[in-house]
Design a protein around this ligand. Structure first.
Ligand code: MF3
Ligand code: CO
Ligand code: CO
Length: 324
């Protein structure tokens, strides 16, 4: 019901959002070293958001001032088209008879629409306390939704899932990765590799005509063949103007079942792979989800557009349409 197919222009904006999310996630992954707290990672996320928010605001202000100086020549018209390709609201400034307060108002509403903000901070989900961070930091037996804390310090040999999401240009990008810290046990290393590769199996199927059951089956059958299990209680999701849109994207299922993927669908695929049983337990903070048997868990996520050319991994800088 809430499946929203995106136009090529919207997917272009979602790609820009995805690149910023990927850049900030990369910064946090690089910082995940022994002695660093998960609260420190949250600070890196906040600084990244603030930096890009300022950049977008400056771009809007600069474009607006350039537009007010444009004449009506053909080259001025071409320049106007370029300046307003992303910031369509600025087109209003090209009309004659604008006052300074109109300019302020247009800039304010354009900044509001396009600015970078956390998709997670204060997120409300079914009666839980609002989520307090800009990132989820999930160490070892934590599956997802670990809350960053000063006392939660990363140690040599940990695996830590880092999940980060923003809105930019009005569109969500949601991406996560589990990183091994220093020398990790062979079992943990294999878990992380299987989690990462299971996402790639799903991405390869992100094309027109595939079914959601095909994706789920690809993840599940691969993960189970490697001796691990997939979590059932949390699933991937459509994403766009809201972080969580329809359809749900399970990491389990039967081939040839469920909805067919269409061009313009954008989904966040996010396998959660446990070393032991798939069962989940929620901690008293109402967010942190751990494995019931306290076995290790790994989580990987990308935001992927289904295009006529094939999958476009919006949160992977090297990806192009059809080349995941
Ligand atoms: N990013 C998570 C997901 O992959 C959801 C995070 S919940 C929040 O869907 F509260 F942290 F925002
Ligand atoms: Co996420
Ligand atoms: Co997600």
């Amino acid at each position: 019901m809430r499946i929203q197919l995106k136009s090529p222009d919207e997917i272009r904006l979602m790609r820009a959002s995805g690149l910023v999310a990927a850049e900030i996630l990369e910064d946090m992954c690089q910082a995940a070293k022994p002695g660093v707290s998960t609260w420190d990672l949250d600070q890196i996320g906040r600084a990244g958001i603030a930096k890009h928010a300022r950049r977008i605001e400056q771009e809007i202000v600069d474009h607006a001032s350039a537009i007010t100086k444009l004449g009506s020549s053909d080259s001025a018209k071409a320049e106007l088209a370029r300046l307003t390709e992303t910031y369509t609201g600025l087109r209003a400034l090209a009309k004659p008879g604008q006052s300074g307060s109109d300019l302020d108002q247009v800039i304010r509403s354009e900044v509001e629409k396009h600015k970078v903000r956390s998709a997670f901070l204060n997120y409300n989900a079914g009666g839980k306390p609002p989520y307090p961070g800009v990132v989820c930091t999930s160490r070892n037996e934590v599956i997802v939704h670990g809350i960053p804390r000063k006392g939660d310090v990363i140690a040599e040999g940990d695996i830590i899932g880092i999940d980060f999401g923003i809105f930019m240009h009005g569109f969500c990008a949601d991406t996560a990765r589990t990183v091994p810290v220093g020398n990790v046990s062979p079992q943990k290393r294999k878990l992380v590799e299987v989690g990462r590769d299971s996402l790639e199996k799903a991405i390869a199927l992100c094309r027109v005509g595939s079914r959601l059951g095909d994706l789920g089956h690809a993840v599940q059958s691969y993960v189970e063949s490697m001796g691990f299990s997939v979590v059932r209680q949390f699933v991937g999701h459509g994403t766009g103007k809201q972080m969580h849109e329809d359809p749900q994207v399970p990491n389990f299922g039967k081939p040839g079942t469920e909805k067919r993927l269409k061009s313009g669908l954008v989904i966040a695929v996010e396998p959660m792979v446990n070393a032991g049983t798939p069962d989940v337990e929620e901690l008293a903070d109402e967010w942190t989800a751990v494995t019931k048997d306290r076995s290790m868990s790994a989580h990987f996520e990308h935001t992927i557009a289904i295009t006529d050319e094939g999958p476009w991994v919006l949160t992977r800088p090297s990806s192009t349409p059809g080349s995941p």
